[in-house]
Each structure stands twice: as C-alpha cells, then as structure tokens.
Design a protein. Structure first.
Length: 590
C-alpha cells in the first residue's frame, strides 16, 4: 500500500468518524476534510473545487428549487383533497407515499419522483402534526429501491447493462431487472412502513420555535368572485378546504349580515368573515378562488412575484393605533393591503376596513417587497420571526407541475441529461414566478450543497490514488475460497460499501469488470454477479452523500449524518439477505 493510499483511507475514515460523532456541522467537516486532503497531496490543488461544478450539486440544488415551486403552487393541496381526503394516519400516508415514489422511480429518474412527492409529504406532515422526518428518509430509500426495477430506473442498471454487452455481446433488457428489483422494492417498502419508528424525529426544536410565534386566530375577509369554485355550494364545503383550521363568523350578502350556517348556499359577491390559521385561510382563498379584502396592488415596474405577505406587530407608538384601514386608505396611499388581523383573547367579527387597530395587534400586510420595509419603519411595525406566508400571494397552479413533467420527459427520451434538465426546470420556475426571485436562494439548502461539493474530490481520492483497485485485489483474494452464495454476497456488500465514496455509476464501472472476471475465474456465469454490483451500487442507505435522493431530504428532514444508519443499516442487511437467494434463482450461476 502506497503512502497516498494510506493517506486517502485515513482522511476518509477520519471524516466519517467526525460525521458520526456529529460535534460539528456536516458542511464544516467536509470542508476541513477537503483542506486536509489538499494539504497532504491526495487531492491536487487545481481540483480542490471541482465539486462545485459536479452534476450532483447542480441536480440537488435545482431539484430543491423545483420542489419548492410545486409546493407553492397549491396543486398538492388540490390533489390531496380530491384523491386522498381522509388519510390522517401517518402509517397510511407513508404507505401511499412509498408506493407512489417506488413505482414512479421505476420509469423516471428517482430524483424526479422524489421531487414530485416531497411537497405531498410535507402537506401530510402538517395535516397529521407529524415531523417531516418521519416521511422523507423512507421516501428517499423507496426511490432508490424503485430504481432497481427497470433498466432506466437508475444509472447503475444502465452502466451494468453496457458492461454485460462488452463482455458477452448481449445487453440486459428493460425488464431483466424487474424480478429481482421488484422483489427487493416490495420487501423494502414493507420494511420501511413497519419499522418507521426507526426514523429519528427531527425538526422538534424548529417546530417549537415555529409554534411559539405562530398565530392561529387571524381574522380575514374574502369575497366570492364570479369564477369562485364555491358558488352554489354550502358554506361547509368551502370551510372543509381549511382542514378544520378556519371558521366563518359572518356572511355578508349586500347589506345583510347572515348567520354562517353550514348549509348556507353561497352566491357570487358574498363576503365571508373568516377566522383561523394563515395556512387554513390560504387554502380556502386559493383553492376556493376567493378575493381577499383590499384593492389590487399596483406594483409599477416591479415583477408580479414582488408581491408578498408579512406578519407584523403594531407597537404602542405606531401611528396606526386608533385608526381603521378605511381611514388610513392603506392601499391608495401606501400600496399596502391589510388582509388579516389577530387580537389576543378576542375573536374579531368586524369587517377589516372598519376595525380600529390597537397596539399589540398582529396583522398580515400584503405589499411590494421593495416598499414594505419603508412602510414598517414609518409606522413602527415589528415583523415577527420569519416564516413563509403564502396568504394573499398569487399561485401558478399547474405551471410548476408542467415544468417538472417537461424536465423528466426530456431526461427520459434523452433530449438532455438530468443536470441540464433540472437546472432548466429551476430557471423556468423563476421565469414563471412559481418561485419568487427573492426566495430562490432560500429554497436552495446552502450547507448541503457545500458539503457535496467538498466531498466529491475527497471521495474521488480513493480512485486517483489507486485505493479502489487495492480494494478489488483484496476482494478477489477473500472470495477465492468461498461458496457461490458467499462470493455473490461479498460482491454485493463491497459495492454497497464503496458507493458513497465513488457515486453509484463509478462504483459499477470499478466493480463490474472485477465481478465479471471473478465469476469467469470461478467458472460461473457473470449475470448474477453483475446484477449484484448494480443492486449494491443502487442501494446506498447508510449515508446522505452516496446518492442525491438521500442528500435532497437531509435539509428538509433536519437529519444528521448519523441518522441514516439507524434506518439504513437494517434495511441494507435485509436487502443483502433477500438479494442473494433471489439472484441465484433468477440468474443461475451455471
């Protein structure tokens, strides 16, 4: 073993220990490992930052923006309410998500399938008052399992098919992978559902802070337009869109105040005084196609996505105290709309334009991102802790979904690689205001991308120093005297172990020829060994860095590096146990 190989193994081992100990944030650990690798000479200084241009970094960052656009569109709410209105059990929701992700991943890129379903998972988490971490890691693993089912499901299957063609003159076909892959996907999905308690619940501290500042009793006012979906339907149907988080206090029809009876048939022009959480109010307004109180904002040369909503507290020194929105003429004089008010200990039943504001009231203002800061300063208003406020913002409905489908279609038919297709999709999300320009970098998880970019050259040092070939030599010596099932298991386990450091396609390129040559030496057919390499390379359940699906959920799920083995290690063992007999049955060695 050369000095460079020793150093490469040492740096990677130390980095993994630091990740597991979790004393420092993962991006800091990765950056330190990169600097050490450059300092000891196993990563050339010219290649130190090559990871920032790597496709994986582009794919993960772009997928986060695309997923944010789909989540903001409101299409997820519509789909859940139409097709799965009564799913409240976490286990039932999880089963639906895992099956959907696994099936989609068999036919489209697993990162795309995961990006489609992540907003659904976040909605389910909110609806069930559960942590998103309960859903996201199992979904990432299900995406990896689903990719094993077909030739196009994951990159290792495509690469191993080419290796077989070079060795035997015959490629694996589209569904040659299905008998083994479908068995593993079924077993894995059942495991993920039954043993979901192994998933660590994260985001608890963030949730506590969110709950401490969240206002759930806002009063708002909305009118049914001529295009409203609620016209002719009972009031209860409209309120059902708020998932029980919103009540109607009054219905105004012309100059008549009407009691908010559940069976009251709604008409165009009816104005509803509503009370509830911002999220519930937003779902009723956006899905019911209602118009909030206030005049349409004129933003001049500002782009449409410039309009936003913000929560603020009226200080006792504010000049708004003692005045109503009508007296202030906020929309006319300042280009700002008052769209919701919360007053501690009191349910507001007045129209917002007539309500006299008090110090301590929490209000939601709609206005231009460029004008609101000056308005807050002028009237001594104190913004609350920042959180996404979608109430009063315009949604683009099916446009984000169409963008995502176009990106996945482009990759499926070979028009563009995944990195280019998803980067273009992220750009289209911004161009069509599905994600406001000012929110783009909030959607991209910076620490995750920095970690990936730093790790790529460090992990590649195994290949450049000859460490991977050394592993292959050890592997051949160890397997020489093993029975067939033992040799097959060793190939599978080795591929599974090194894929976090070489990425899955590179793992197949390194391990495929070794496995085939090993099989030939022992007098076996190579197909089972090549399939074992593909399964091992496509089954990284132990780290967040081996596959972009695992990385994609790390930030939204609030996971730590050490969280992945808690669920991933028993799943990996299960995959190994199930794979070997199924491979031997489907692909006989002789």
């Amino acid at each position: 073993m050369s000095t460079d190989q020793i150093l490469a193994f040492a740096v990677i081992a130390a980095m993994m220990v630091a990740f597991i100990l979790d004393r420092f944030r993962y991006d800091i650990v990765a950056c330190v490992a990169l600097i050490v690798a450059v300092a000891v000479g196993i990563v050339p200084a010219a290649d130190a930052f090559s990871g920032f241009s790597n496709d994986i970094v582009i794919i993960v960052g772009s997928a986060l923006v695309v997923s944010a656009g789909v989540a903001r569109s409101g299409i997820v709410d519509v789909a859940i309410k139409r097709f799965f209105p009564n799913l409240t059990s976490v286990r039932t929701q999880l089963a639906l998500l895992l099956v959907a992700v696994a099936v989609l991943s068999a036919f489209i890129k697993n990162i795309g399938a995961l990006a489609i379903m992540m907003p659904v998972a976040l909605q389910f988490a909110r609806k069930s008052n559960a942590s998103p971490s309960r859903y996201l890691m199992p979904m990432a693993f299900a995406a990896l399992l689903g990719g094993l089912m077909t030739q196009i499901g994951t990159s290792p299957n495509i690469v191993v098919s080419e290796i077989r063609a070079e060795l035997t003159g015959e490629r694996f076909t589209m569904f040659d992978f299905t008998p083994v892959g479908a068995t593993l996907a079924l077993v894995g999905v059942v495991f993920l559902i039954v043993f979901n308690r192994l998933v660590p619940e994260r985001n608890k501290q963030n949730a506590a802070l969110h709950e401490a500042v969240e206002i759930t009793d806002y009063a708002s006012e909305a009118t049914l337009t001529d295009t409203s979906a609620a016209i002719g339907k009972p009031l209860s149907d409209l309120l059902r869109l708020g998932d029980g988080e919103v009540v109607a206090t009054t219905v105004l029809r012309g100059h008549t105040r009407m009691p908010p009876f559940p069976d009251l048939s709604l008409k165009a022009g009816d104005t509803l005084l509503l009370a509830g959480s911002p999220g519930g109010l937003d779902r009723i307004v956006s899905n019911g196609k209602l118009k909030l109180s206030g005049s349409p904002l004129k933003t001049g040369d500002q782009p449409e996505g410039d309009v936003m909503a913000i929560e603020v507290v009226i200080s006792q020194q504010s000049s708004l105290v003692g005045l109503s929105a009508r007296e202030l003429a906020l929309s006319y004089n300042h280009g700002v709309n008052l769209i919701a008010v919360s007053r501690q200990g009191q349910r507001i039943r007045e129209r917002l334009s007539e309500l006299t504001l008090r110090g301590g009231d929490v209000i939601v203002l709609q206005g231009s991102r460029t004008n609101l800061p000056a308005f807050l300063q002028e009237f001594s208003l104190l913004p609350l802790a920042q959180r996404e406020m979608l109430l009063g913002t315009r949604r683009r409905a099916f446009i984000p979904l169409a963008i995502l489908i176009a990106a996945m279609t482009a990759t499926a038919v070979g028009i563009a690689p995944v990195s280019v297709a998803f980067f273009a999709a992220a750009l289209a999300m911004v161009a069509f205001n599905a994600v406001p320009l000012t929110d783009v970098y909030k959607s991209v998880d910076g620490p995750i991308l920095v970690m990936l970019a730093a790790l790529i050259p460090v992990s590649d040092s195994l290949r450049t120093t000859g460490g991977s070939e050394l592993i292959a030599a050890w592997l051949g010596q160890a397997a020489a005297h093993m029975p067939p099932y033992g040799a097959l298991a060793l190939i599978l386990i080795t591929a599974m172990a090194i894929t976090p450091f070489l990425n899955n396609a590179a793992t197949v390129l390194v391990m495929g020829p070794i496995a085939a040559s090993f099989a030939t030496t022992l007098g076996y057919r190579p197909e089972a060994f090549l399939m074992a390499v593909a399964i091992g390379a496509g089954s990284d359940f132990l780290t967040p860095i081996g596959h972009q699906c695992n990385t994609l959920v790390m930030g939204p799920g609030g996971y730590r590096f050490s969280d992945y083995p808690r669920l991933g290690l028993p799943l990996s063992i299960l995959i190994i146990i199930v794979s070997i007999p199924v491979l031997l049955f489907v692909w006989p060695l002789r």
